[in-house]
Design a protein around this ligand. Structure first.
Ligand code: ADP
Ligand code: ADP
Length: 224
């Protein structure tokens, strides 16, 4: 589904990614585990066209998308950030944003939003001002915002950082459900090794801008 070939990224003289290669399989949850500053966020941003790599290739659905980033390709990916932008409007409008540019009739928009809010457990929150929500609720709104667009690939950049334990568990359950029930492939970064292990079918351990290991949780965490 997604293939990363020897991706590098330099900011000035600093080489943040130093040759990242990996294949993400359709239907899996792949977690990128690594300490702060390892380059996880930069890698996800490159895949989502928010940064361009210095060198290397990104293949998505069999096509080289490294320098292309067509709207059609973008529409097949969704991304949720550590702190996802929340607009000073209702939950309804915050979820609708991903659909507004697609020319979808309002009745259909409303239907999709109702369904997505149900999935993330925010039924009845339509009229709430998004700014009044808790951190965990905001992340669930962010997940609903990408769910309504039916992505093939969901990129999650530290989606539970700064959340309380109850919210963390809720978001983790939701990530598993989105993967299992909707078949959405998930590529997620986390600095929390235990979380990365809990959620992943496969893990990439990122150290200093490269994957030092890629494997199943068992392969990575059991002693040799
Ligand atoms: P992680 O997500 O693993 O914490 P990041 O990808 O955010 O790591 O950052 C990796 C390194 O790249 C850090 O040292 C960070 O300061 C640096 N970095 C990230 N973005 C930029 C930027 N736009 N300009 C300069 N340095 C950056
Ligand atoms: P239209 O007449 O164009 O279908 P509506 O009267 O349904 O529009 O909605 C007007 C605006 O109110 C829409 O642009 C939408 O953003 C917002 N809206 C529609 N339904 C809801 C809802 N259930 N909760 C919050 N806002 C809504």
């Amino acid at each position: 589904m997604l293939e990363l070939r020897d991706i590098t990224k330099r900011f000035g003289n600093t080489e943040v990614l130093r040759g990242v290669s990996a294949e993400i399989q359709k239907g899996e949850i792949f977690t990128i585990i690594g300490p702060s500053g390892a380059g996880k966020s930069t890698l996800l941003r490159i895949i989502n066209f928010l940064e361009t790599p210095t060198s290397g290739t990104v293949i998505f659905g069999g096509r080289d998308i490294t320098s292309e980033g067509s709207i059609a390709v973008r529409r097949r990916m969704g991304m949720v950030f550590q702190k996802s932008a929340t607009f000073n409007t209702t939950v309804y409008e915050n979820v609708a944003i991903g659909l507004r540019f697609r020319g979808i009739p309002e009745a259909e928009v409303r239907e999709k939003i109702t369904e997505a809010l149900g999935i993330v457990g925010l039924t009845g929150f339509e009229e709430r001002k998004a700014k009044t929500l808790s951190g965990g609720e905001m992340q669930r709104v962010a997940l609903a915002r990408v769910l309504v667009t039916n992505p093939d690939l969901l990129l999650l950049d530290e989606p539970t950082a700064n959340l309380d334990p109850v919210s963390v568990e809720m978001i983790e359950d939701l990530i598993k459900k989105i993967n299992r029930d909707f078949g959405i492939t998930i590529l997620m970064s986390t600095h929390d090794m235990v979380q990365g292990q809990r959620l992943a079918h496969r893990i990439g351990v990122m150290m200093n801008g490269v994957f030092s290991q890629i494997g199943t949780p068992r392969e990575i965490f059991s002693a040799p």
